[in-house]
Design a protein around this ligand. Sequence first.
Ligand code: SF4
Ligand code: SF4
Length: 300
Amino acid sequence: MTKDSGIVFNIQKFSVNDGPGIRTVVFLKGCPLRCQWCANPESQLVRAEIMWDEKKCIGCRHCIEVCPHHAVSLTEGRITVDPSKCGGCGKCFRECPGKALKNEGELKTVKEVMDVVMQDLPFYEESGGGITLSGGEMLAQPEFAVSLLKAAKENGLHTCCETTGFAKQEVFAEVIENLDLILFDVKHWDSGKHKAGTAVGNELILSNLKYAFSQGKDVLPRIPVIPGFNDSLNDAENLARVIKEAGGTKCQLLPFHQFGENKYEQLGREYAYKDVSAYHREDLEDYRRVFIEHGIEAFF
Ligand code: SF4
Ligand code: SF4
């Protein structure tokens, strides 16, 4: 990865939930956090990953035979790929007759990404949309993210990101320079509990949140409301406090959902929230009210 190219695992057009207007969302691979409820587990490692869908597999073993590096094997009834042996030739997933193997993550240049993004320029102009960098965590590929955002700005686009805010402040500062809107995840007010749920403490995150506001940036803190992690009224009170202390006046609540469950199966990984019910807006009205009472305009 360089400033000219990075690993991208999806480019999603016509998104209307990731910033204003109609947008193209570019998903960068890699994230320093390990949120136990993560809906995009395939995004966590920076390198490409091959996922296997048991339902589509016809058991022909062609992937095992065709791999020049002997990276594919049948282990306990599952097709698995050893990333330490994989040379990235693509034969296994390209030649899979059942389309059961899927590669997540591809090296793309800034130009390749921008060529796709610019196809929808008339829609951005009509709707006030633009480009959104998401992930994974775009701060895990900071040079590439800066280049993409600069290229977007040179083309007159509105720029937005979805971020965990977890990066050294000098890195964060350079990336946000070219951003018009920052959708900033705030997961827990207590650093120990933040670490228990995501594998990292919240100090850097809260300090970057404060920094972004201090630079006059348009920042929208977003709270994924996760059962048993940050969903008590005491959590709501303290989250409202840290947002206020950082300089915020509003936040978006994102009720927990289970959209990522199937992906854990395809990666052969355990899903910690397997039997946990999703939240709906009506479940979180009392929670939302706590923010309002503390001067933070909370909405879904
Ligand atoms: S090539 Fe595809 S269908 Fe055949 S065993 Fe491998 S994953 Fe299954
Ligand atoms: S991408 Fe190529 S090297 Fe990697 S597992 Fe598939 S066939 Fe083997």
